[in-house]
Design a protein around this ligand. Structure first.
Ligand SMILES: [Zn+2]
Length: 461
């Protein structure tokens, strides 16, 4: 970044851009993109090579070649713009878990993706980018929700924030919260991260003792905690619940809201940006287009029209300099909302359909292939009456295994039969009537590394 910007100047600019509307947001986006591309060409050997022969001033983003995680990771040392940052050094830093929460080279924050599927990624953020993320969190993720009736219960409970995430490694979700704790002024620095993998009774006890005014977690963890609250074991009174890191089913959102007696605010966070988007009061996710560009594209990276689910998305982070992220294949399938959101936000609204790597591919009897998106498939089972939790696992080219847990009071076998019937109907509609369905003996369980409760994945190898 050309000049050192402070938290308050970022926050002020973010607030003003949003108030001034679409034209002001796009003007900032254009100017920042121009500066970023010039910087990347001057300082990153990899981008210099990629953009060779391109005009000095680009007219639109589509002129620039997209990049993938594999490509960037393979050329890590050519990608970074600070010669002191190298892959070997960063990897040694990440391998040392005692350094979680510390700065790399005294100035950079490094996050890793859990890598439960595919290659794990490394994201180096500079201090200014992190300052921006914190400012965006305040202006877009917090202030719009702090209505007078919500602010009082927040302050009365010491403005304590509890995050329930995977801990113990250099993860973005817990890392960002930890950073907030150290940088926020009192009393807003009472932020604590609890491990999503700790035994439930322990977690409940710790949360009861902490009494958070704001609770932030993965949707699956929120659902578990909501049940604990219903049962009376958990007794907290959050004024706001934050959900992120996984897709949140609208029915689940409403049930969490009813249990805790407060609104659920969704956030679209990615390791490569941090808080990319926040839900408005209408529950639409708005992407901060003044600092990030999210392109919904097909397999050949061509734009996909609004209203249609994309194959993947390309992310451009207009804030980072140490590791420029320009038209980076994020792997998320999103749908851009075609109509304007009722809240009047100048930012585009998106719905995250799921991660591309979670798409399941089945072989058809004629030798062809059919792709099924993870979330719609999970919904078929999850939205069956009586289902409490479920996991759909692909075990072969034409085989699915389903882990199902029925709600208390529901007949387990009967719930399974209804769910299996719905699933069979769904598969038949996609020419996959031949796919075998197996009822798993074991109950659904969280991912042992991330603590997330993935609903769909493939183990077909
Ligand atoms: Zn909105």
């Amino acid at each position: 970044m050309p000049s050192r910007l402070t938290f308050s100047s970022f926050a002020w600019d973010a607030w003003r851009a949003e108030r001034r509307g679409y034209a002001a947001v796009m003007a900032r986006q254009r100017a920042r993109l121009g500066r970023l591309v010039r910087f990347a060409r001057a300082r990153s050997a990899l981008y210099r090579e990629l953009y060779q022969g391109m005009p000095l001033e680009i007219e639109h983003l589509g002129q620039l070649r997209p990049v993938t995680k594999q490509q960037l990771m393979a050329r890590f040392d050519d990608w970074v713009t600070d010669p002191r940052v190298g892959r070997a050094g960063v990897e040694a830093f990440l391998a040392d878990k005692t350094l979680v929460g510390q700065r790399y080279l005294g100035r950079y924050t490094v996050f890793t993706t859990s890598g439960s599927t595919g290659e794990s990624g490394i994201c180096v953020h500079d201090a200014e980018a992190l300052t921006l993320y914190r400012a965006l969190t305040l202006v877009r993720g917090w202030l719009p929700w702090m209505t007078p009736e919500r602010l009082w219960p927040v302050l009365r409970q010491g403005a304590r924030v509890a995050g329930v995430f995977a801990t113990g490694d250099h993860y973005a979700s817990s890392g960002m919260l930890d950073l907030a704790r150290r940088r926020r002024p009192r009393p807003f620095n009472r932020v604590r991260v609890f491990s999503a993998l700790s035994p439930l009774p322990e977690l409940v006890q710790a949360l009861n003792a902490f009494r958070p005014a704001e609770l932030i977690a993965y949707p699956s963890a929120l659902l578990l905690l909501a049940e604990e609250q219903e049962a009376g074991r958990l007794a907290i009174r959050p004024a706001l619940v934050g959900s992120g890191g996984e897709w949140l089913d609208p029915t689940a959102r409403r049930s969490i809201e009813a249990t805790f007696g407060c609104r659920v605010r969704e956030n679209y966070g990615v390791t490569e940006f941090g808080p990319l988007g926040w839900a408005c009061r209408e529950a639409s996710l708005h992407v901060s287009a003044d600092w990030a560009i999210l392109e919904a594209v097909d397999e050949a990276y061509r734009p996909v029209p609004a209203g249609q689910a994309s194959y993947t998305t390309l992310l451009t982070n207009l804030a980072i300099r140490v590791q420029p992220i320009i038209r980076y294949d994020l792997g998320d399938s999103v749908t851009v909302r075609p109509d304007g959101c009722r809240c009047g936000s100048p930012f585009p609204a998106v719905r995250v359909v799921g991660r591309r790597e979670e798409t399941l591919y089945f072989r058809t009897p004629s030798g062809g292939e059919v792709a099924l998106l993870a979330i719609p498939l999970a919904c078929v089972v999850y939205q069956t009456p009586g289902v409490r939790r479920c996991q759909v696992i692909q075990t072969g080219p034409a085989a699915l295994r389903v882990r199902l847990e029925a709600r208390s009071g529901a007949d387990g076998q009967q719930t399974w039969e209804v769910a299996a019937g719905r699933l069979r109907e769904y598969l038949t509609a996609h020419d996959l009537a031949h796919v075998g369905l197996e009822q798993a003996a074991e109950p659904p369980s969280p991912d042992p590394v991330s603590g997330k409760h993935r609903m769909v994945w493939s183990e077909r190898g």
